[in-house]
Design a protein around this ligand. Structure first.
Ligand code: ZN
Length: 356
């Protein structure tokens, strides 16, 4: 009798546990109005103005900014000066990634001068280093061959970054649309970008490295430097298919991606298969960073009110898509659980770009 009772109790306990695990409601989600309350980081922003009004504005929305220096546009020294200056007054709400120029490729001190430059950036407050698509798409050897990111000339550089645990943000390659004719591109933003930048529209330059060449060069880096803190910008140029991106995230445990300027590609895929995108975001919640590629700078000064309005709209649209189930232009929001949103919006960036 005692034994029977024990067995009954045991079954009862197991049964209740099963009930608790199977029927627990999914962690609740945020609402539209929570946007202001939740701390957020835009992990890919180009902030190049000394006008403090913009920092005040983003801070009022509970955003922090990771500003990215890039080997394009402003001279890289000037970018570093501006970033260092902004950092001095906004240590709590602003961080930046430095970069280096590749113009001395082929010189005997090429890699050692880049390492010096990286160290200088870090000493002056950078939280990591960014490399850009000019590696793979512009830089050429004297024989005309394109220099890819896995070129031996960069080996000492990446070894150094791996050893010193200096995070690398790598914008390598382009969205796959770049290799398609304009009318076959899946996103309007890509169409207008390549229309205006034909030099980067690879469909027009079949002699240049292919999409696969770009992805392979990047994957080679992940393979060779497994301890590098590696963030692939723009969904790692695998924006067109979350399953392809998932394969790389599974294969390379040190691979993380920001979603700068590629949330549209996620939206597209979620029109086709909402569950697939949502499941992907939840599965890889530790490896994804919210980011936009928005910019403010003094080169093209614009009216403060309209600029901040467009920043707000961009951030808010993304929030409604990621955090809520609001439907905008036929795209239903993913309504990701709070814990996932917290990671994507700030915890992952804080973890990867540890305070320097
Ligand atoms: Zn960018």
């Amino acid at each position: 009798m005692k034994k029977l009772l024990r067995q009954f109790l045991k079954l009862f306990v197991i049964g209740s546990l099963a009930l608790i695990t199977c029927c627990q409601p999914e962690q609740s989600s945020y609402s539209v109005s929570d946007f202001i309350k939740v701390p957020k980081i835009d992990a890919h922003f180009h902030y190049f103005t000394l006008d403090p009004a913009y920092m005040d504005y983003v801070t009022s929305l509970n955003f922090k900014i990771l500003s990215i220096n890039v080997d394009s546009g402003y001279p890289v020294d000037e970018q570093l000066n501006i970033s260092e200056q902004i950092l001095q007054d906004h240590r709590e709400t602003y961080a930046f990634l430095g970069t280096f120029s590749v113009e001395n490729f082929g010189q005997p001190d090429f890699s050692s001068s880049i390492i010096d430059r990286i160290n200088e950036c870090m000493n002056r407050g950078a939280s990591g280093i960014k490399i850009w698509k000019n590696i793979g798409m512009e830089l050429q050897e004297t024989n005309g061959r394109y220099v890819m990111a896995d070129n031996p000339a960069f080996e000492p550089v990446f070894k150094h970054m791996e050893e010193k645990r200096i995070p690398l943000l790598a914008h390598l390659g382009e969205p796959r649309n770049c290799w398609l004719p304009l009318n076959e591109m899946t996103v309007a933003g890509d169409q207008s970008y390549y229309k205006n930048h034909p030099q980067y529209h690879m469909y027009l330059h079949p002699e240049m490295p292919s999409y696969e060449d770009q992805i392979n060069a990047r994957d080679n880096l992940l393979e060779r430097y497994p301890d590098m803190i590696f963030i692939g910008a723009h969904l790692g140029s695998l924006e067109w298919n979350v399953d392809e991106l998932a394969k790389r995230l599974d294969k390379f445990p040190n691979f993380n991606v920001d979603m700068a300027a590629r949330v549209g590609h996620l939206r597209n895929q979620s029109i086709e298969d909402w569950d697939r995108v949502r499941t992907f975001m939840i599965k890889y919640q530790d490896r994804l960073l919210y980011a936009t590629d928005l910019s403010v700078n003094d080169l093209n000064p614009v009216d403060f009110k309209s600029k901040t309005e467009s920043i707000y709209n961009h951030w808010m649209n993304d929030w409604m898509y990621l955090a809520t189930d609001t439907t905008i232009n036929k795209v239903k929001g993913l309504k990701l659980p709070r814990g996932v949103i917290d990671k994507i919006y700030y915890k992952n960036a804080e973890f990867l770009f540890h305070e320097n």
